[in-house]
Design a protein around this ligand. Structure first.
Ligand code: AMP
Length: 588
């Protein structure tokens, strides 16, 4: 385990951390008590995420408080009070009602970080349809695959994204009945099943009564990637809001007056659980910035908006570190109280850099799409061990386990031993299935544990340390990329016989998507073809998913049963030992 100086928790608190005594809070914790912090729908009609996030505050003392402060790319600032957000999301719920959208139907959003995205998410949850966000930088192929798997009924997007990414694939999506376009341009020629988002919103009533919602009713569908097969749709239920709410309080140390900024895009789970739900259930003001990363802009937001709690990601922190300390020192950031990071391993240097730049360390925490909320964290009142993900939240039991050849799972009790990170099922935001893939879901559980697919260690004091992924998925700038999805697009190119995709280490993005391809007879490896393939993949997959590098190989290494050995390609790329190659086909 790497040795790093421990950063002692500050004791000069302006506000007492919610989890000021980890062991006591953990001992006294129960999910029922956490649930009791929420209201529930009137007359015992159940638990609905949007009611907890918006409606209850709109009817109470927080009605006029800013729920979301939206910062547009070009300088616009638009404040949405809890009351205004409630009315707009009521309108959207009524729009869905009028379109014939039923409980459990899937409503997708494909937009940047604009107010309409937040209105769509919360209005959909009020209507008890299932909200599914898509990342706007996806190309047409990842968009098509995700819309098709979840059988989207409604898609909310902008007119420009529609023309660039959806129009051409629409005929392949028979379930997609309605596309609601944000913006004035509408498709030419007009197409049935396409309407103007704002016109519909204006015509709808601002009153809506949320129907009875069982805490097990499905609410959110988040796509994630595996090593093989299509993207997986992790399904979460309305009851997850208990975990969103309480983890916001305990892991991110939310206090009532906080101004919170989560920099993640709602196209990924962090941007929904903590970019939409948790700050609102806790009655905070949440900052939403439409623009992409820019160090000056970000420091300006932290300073001018008086951000107190900031949740960001290692890639962004590494980019700030590259820009250096002189810039950050030009800003007055004294209001910042708590800094947290998620999505990839946070280098110890980055934790320490937080202290130099902001006077506070970054607090790393760990979770994944399937867990729906933060599971392991460094807390405000806990000493930070740079490089460690921290300790499990109250209510969460985590362990390092070993799987035997016969499939048995047993916890490793000896500290420092590497194994798979496992969680005891039962927390409210645990996913309830992969959309229409019960077998894939079942495989995630064994011996009474949920197996996360991450390899980690636990030290003698109970801190968890990330080691790596147990599979071949790639983490680039905090985004999980399934190699199979990339390979499938590459082999659609007429010159490509086979493709294998790996994550190549990168100092800022952690990994870059790198592809190896072998060519069909009659094609020559050369730079022109390389550029063509890179462009081909980018047009279909979009910038985040497409490979950044391509290398040609005469053949790809395969097992005797014909599976491409990505692991071997990676070892060769890194100049590492090739490990067990006994199943390698000869000659590869
Ligand atoms: P996603 O489902 O896209 O949120 O990705 C989840 C995966 O990101 C986890 O299974 C880990 O592999 C990785 N991850 C998330 N947070 C951390 C962290 N704090 N340290 C190391 N890896 C992380």
């Amino acid at each position: 385990m790497p040795w790093n100086p421990i950063i002692k928790s500050r004791r000069d608190w302006d506000v007492i951390p919610n989890l000021h005594d980890y062991d006591t809070v953990r001992r006294g914790f129960s999910w029922d008590r956490a649930r009791a912090e929420l209201d529930g729908l009137p007359a015992g009609q159940g638990l609905n995420i949007a009611h907890e996030a918006v409606t209850r505050h709109a009817a109470g003392p927080l009605a006029q408080r800013t729920a979301i402060r939206w910062l547009g790319k070009s300088g616009t600032v638009d404040d949405y009070s809890y009351r205004r957000l409630d009315e707009l999301t009521n309108r959207f719920a009524n729009v869905l009602q009028a379109l014939g959208v039923a409980k459990g139907d899937r409503v997708y959003a494909l937009t940047g970080r604009i107010p309409e995205l937040y209105i769509t998410a919360l209005g959909t949850l009020k209507h008890r349809a299932i909200f599914c966000p898509l990342f706007s930088a996806f190309g047409p192929e990842p968009i098509r695959a995700r819309l098709a798997i979840g059988q989207a009924k409604v898609l909310v997007t902008t007119a420009s994204l529609y023309q660039r990414k959806v129009a051409a694939i629409r005929e392949a999506l028979p379930h997609l009945e309605q596309v609601l376009l944000i913006g004035d341009e509408q498709p030419t020629p007009p197409r049935t099943g396409t309407a103007n988002f704002h016109q519909l919103l204006e015509q709808a009533s601002g009153h809506y009564r949320i129907g009875a919602t069982d805490s097990e009713d499905p609410a959110l569908l988040h796509f994630t990637s595996g090593t093989t097969g299509t993207p997986k749709g992790a399904l979460h239920v309305h009851g997850a809001v208990v975990a969103h709410h309480i983890t916001g309080k305990l892991a991110l140390d939310f206090h009532p007056d906080d101004i919170f900024w989560c920099t993640a895009d709602p196209g990924w789970v962090t941007g929904t659980s903590y970019g939409i739900i948790a700050p609102l259930t806790n009655g905070l003001t949440s900052i939403v910035d439409e623009a992409e990363f820019d160090a000056e802009r970000w420091y300006g937001i932290l300073q001018n908006q008086g951000v107190t709690v900031w949740y960001t990601a290692p890639t962004a922190i590494r980019m700030m570190m590259k820009v250096g300390l002189p810039l950050v020192r030009q800003y007055r950031l004294g209001k910042l109280r708590f800094l947290a990071s998620v999505g990839e391993p946070l280098n110890p240097e980055a934790v320490v850099w937080g202290e130099q730049a902001f006077g506070r360390p970054f607090h790393d925490n760990w979770w994944q799409t399937e867990t729906g909320g933060i599971m392991i964290a460094n807390y405000a009142a806990m000493d930070v061990r740079p490089g460690s993900m921290g300790r499990p939240l109250p209510g969460i039991e985590a362990a390092i386990v070993r799987r035997s050849d016969s499939g048995e799972v047993e916890p490793i009790t000896e500290p420092g031993q590497q194994g798979e990170l496992a969680l005891r099922p039962g927390w409210p935001s645990m996913f309830r299935g992969y959309w229409h893939e019960p077998e894939r879901y079942k495989k995630c559980f064994a011996g009474g544990w949920y197996l996360t697919g991450d390899v980690a260690k636990q030290d003698k004091d109970g801190y968890f340390w990330f080691v790596g992924r147990a599979d071949d998925v790639i983490k680039t700038s905090g985004h999980l990329i399934g190699p199979f999805e990339v390979e499938s697009v590459l082999i659609e190119h007429k010159a490509v016989a086979e493709a294998a995709v790996i994550g190549k280490p990168d100092p800022v993005a952690m990994e870059l998507v790198k592809a190896f391809v072998s060519l069909k007879d009659g094609y020559e490896p050369n730079d022109a073809l390389k550029r063509e393939l890179l462009g081909f993949a980018r047009a279909r997959l979009g910038a985040v998913v497409a490979p950044k590098e391509i290398a040609f190989l005469p053949t790809l290494p395969k097992t005797r049963s014909g599976k491409i050995m990505r692991r071997l390609l990676k070892a060769r790329e890194l100049g590492l030992p090739e490990g067990d190659t006994s199943t390698l086909e000869s000659g590869a």
